[in-house]
Design a protein around this ligand. Sequence first.
Ligand SMILES: [Zn+2]
Length: 249
Amino acid sequence: MLTTQNGLVLRERSLKENDKFLYILTDGSGLIEVAAKGVKKQNAKNASVSQPFCYAKYCLIESGGGFILNSAEPIRTFFNISRDMARFSLANYFAETALYVMTEEKPNNEVLRLILNCLHFLDTQSRDILLLKSIFEFRLMSEIGLIPNLLGCCDCLKYQAPLMQFDLRGGRLFCENCIGNRSLAEMEPLDTKLLHYLRYIALTDMKQLFSMNVQKEYLSTLSRITERYCEIQLGKKFATLDFFKTMMG
Ligand SMILES: [Zn+2]
């Protein structure tokens, strides 16, 4: 049976001879594994659409619970990303994280949209690289149901305070009056700017998300907070993230 799906290749795995397995995040079926035959041969017709970070309309043969690549029309390739090691390593981190959280049973088009947007801005180099990392990490958590409660202090409901503590494991805020003698080991202090940035990333419409402006001096703190939130919520460390950090020096 033939099926057509728009999808983004997140990873490839080499098989024997000229074949590959592709892990494609699709709009209709979530994350799927696709056998791509003969694509390592020179001049193979499907070679260019069987590369990581190719976004294409894939025509697939569904058989025996698996998929085989028949043909594809490229929609967007992000050529520039691989020309810069920091950007390329960040794209790989996005891919590894998406591979970790997505499954075949649950398509999630917002996650696909998020990663496509992030790759677009990595490719065009029109947004700060650390800002893209923060947007990806924090928005991803929102899209997969791990959105923290940022509406206000979880005890007294105060919306804003000069300083709030963000409980990364509990996904909630405490104002200074309500923090009591809780351990700060898994908390991050937020001033009003940081809190505003986090609310914006988690809650604003995807169309406006990438036009957000963050003051330069906040970028690395914001990046640390979204990264820790992601790591604690997923209970997972990603090798691609460590590599990205070594690229950033
Ligand atoms: Zn409070």
